[in-house]
Design a protein. Sequence first.
Length: 315
Amino acid sequence: MDTRRLTKLVRLKADELGFDGCAFSKADSLDNEAIKLENWLNQGFHGEMKWMENYFDMRMDPRKLVEGAKSVISLFVSYHFEENEEIDQNENSPKIAKYARGRDYHKVLKKKLHQLIDFIQKESGAIHARAFVDSAPVMDKAWAVRSGIGWMGKNGNVLTRKYGSWILLGEIILDVEFEYDGLTTDHCGSCTRCLDACPTEAIIQPSVIDATKCISYLTIELEETIPKTFRNSMEGWVFGCDICQDVCPWNRKSSFGNTQDLKPKSVFTSQSFSFWNTMTKDQFTHTFKGTPLMRSGYEKMKSNVTLAQESIKKG
Ligand code: SF4
Ligand code: SF4
């Protein structure tokens, strides 16, 4: 089929499947990103996330991940919902990042990506294609920037004009050609709100995050208890952190998302510290099954909540 027509059909199908954005890039090596990633790893900013050192070559070239790859399709859904405003205002509850308040986005996005692959296959015959959501070594943000979905904000998140940075990315790498999109412009300008607001000074320079200082890493990735040096800077966060996104002007005026599965579960509107204090492991599993909180697990979450309460009492 004609490349232009196929590109148009895939965009329409992505829209029909509920994606909030879809853009195309040529599958190529990420040379500039490779230098940046190497420097970042050499400085140890990835901490215990040793898996980030693996498969460096594959990470930098999608043609090493999918045989004969010609294109990368970047897709996203927004997780910005009105319900989050009520949750954010509840000062008696431990803070959980907005992306984690609904169903696990990996499952939600993967399903849609596979539906899109099936569609492309029907339109263009047998293809090699793989879908990725935070899983195999794919530089999702770099591809989103290359395809013009958004620009790399100083807070290290991809920022879109319509949905801000409240977006979850997925990719399809495949051996089909499309009409490719180009870069968009950077609209951070002279703003430094995210750098100024970060309580642990984890944004060490625009778009460069020292993950070992970042509350997201400390509350999710770090297996051991959060080190003492950070405990008074956690500001009540127990799973992830939205501070550098909440202060971003692009997020204040962003449109709401359409993916119902990502809407906050009712438990997040009613949770409080007392709710957490009495929670057993079984209750935790029952309550948060299918949400990203299962990734941290019961023991880590309880430890984070205890530390958050202690720091609030001290404060
Ligand atoms: S997520 Fe929180 S701790 Fe991490 S860089 Fe942003 S404001 Fe700082
Ligand atoms: S807060 Fe300002 S500098 Fe930071 S990402 Fe948003 S627009 Fe860019």
